[in-house]
Design a protein around this ligand. Structure first.
Ligand SMILES: NC(=O)c1ccc[n+]([C@@H]2O[C@H](COP(=O)([O-])OP(=O)(O)OC[C@H]3O[C@@H](n4cnc5c(N)ncnc54)[C@H](O)[C@@H]3O)[C@@H](O)[C@H]2O)c1
Length: 261
């Protein structure tokens, strides 16, 4: 059974990592079409050449309302409607500690991370609201273990706590027309980047390999593909009575945090 048959989806941060895997999984689940949104054009071009006319792409910034509206318009003009918005684009904070932050990090660093991780979700939700109401659609936001626990720097942790609050507030406000839920992955190896303002310009940006088998109580390497089914469930009518919920796709991080204290 294809759980997402005939759904039309708009997803941000679709060009890499978790978003790219969700695009692939959604197409396998029978979606009618996807509007893939990302800041980096080359990533979108690669998606387009892989999937052809089952997807449309928009190169833009999640912080820009017009860019988000363009994606909604494209979904409607190309595929006839919009059923699902997946807010997923995010950046890290360089694991900067408060004691290492100067004026640039405190102002621009904070604004960049919150601008993408929180305001980007809010602007996306504003852009899709009207179309989703028409069809009783749904929103799925990528949260994080950092929505609940400490582990990264304070800016990223605060941004993901805020994204959890936003998800809950939107679930409350948009009911009964639009369901809003979240997926909270634990550390997963992707190209996940830091905001430019929180890394030194010349520093080598080495990918951090997270989610290794020694990092979780299931003793398995966490891969982006491991989270995809959670998005399928929350985007489908199978989760019709779920709103304001989070699927913790975290290899048991929650219970292991509890047991360490
Ligand atoms: N990788 C992890 O360990 C992990 C763990 C928990 C949660 N997350 C969350 O998962 C989501 C995806 O992260 P990922 O690990 O796949 O990262 P990624 O860097 O592999 O993919 C993110 C994509 O978002 C795009 N993007 C960044 N800023 C953008 C902007 N302003 N406008 C449009 N697109 C933008 C990037 O170009 C990139 O293609 C994020 O919300 C992140 O917070 C990641």
């Amino acid at each position: 059974m294809n759980w997402l048959e005939d759904k039309v989806v708009f997803i941000t941060g679709a060009g890499e990592g978790i978003g790219k895997v969700v695009v692939n999984r959604f197409l396998n689940e029978g979606v009618a079409g996807i509007v893939a949104f990302d800041l980096i054009d080359d990533r979108l071009a690669e998606l387009q050449s892989t999937y052809g006319d089952r997807i449309e792409t928009v190169c833009g910034d999640v912080r820009n309302l017009k860019d988000n509206e363009k994606a909604v318009e494209l979904a409607v003009s190309k595929f006839g409607k919009l059923d699902v918005f997946v807010g997923n684009a995010g950046v890290r904070d360089g694991r900067k500690r408060l004691e290492d932050m100067g004026e640039k990090e405190l102002h621009q660093g904070f604004d960049d991370v919150f601008g993408i991780n929180v305001k980007g979700y809010m602007i996306g939700a504003a852009a899709v609201r009207e179309e989703l109401v028409k069809i009783r659609g749904c929103i799925v936001l990528t949260l994080s273990t950092s929505s609940f626990y400490v582990g990264s720097g304070p800016i990223y942790t605060a941004s993901k706590h805020a994204a959890l609050g936003l998800m809950r507030a939107l679930a409350h406000e948009l009911a009964p027309d639009i369901r809003v839920n979240g997926v909270a992955p634990s550390g997963t190896p992707t190209s996940f980047s830091d905001a430019d303002s929180l890394v030194e310009p010349d520093s080598a940006r080495t990918a951090i390999r997270t989610g290794g088998p020694n990092s979780n109580i299931l003793h398995r390497q966490t891969e982006p593909e491991d989270h995809a089914a959670a998005y399928v469930l929350l985007a489908s009518d199978q989760s019709a009575v779920m709103t304001g919920s989070v699927i913790n796709s975290d290899a048991g991080r929650g219970v292991s945090v509890a047991s360490q204290r």
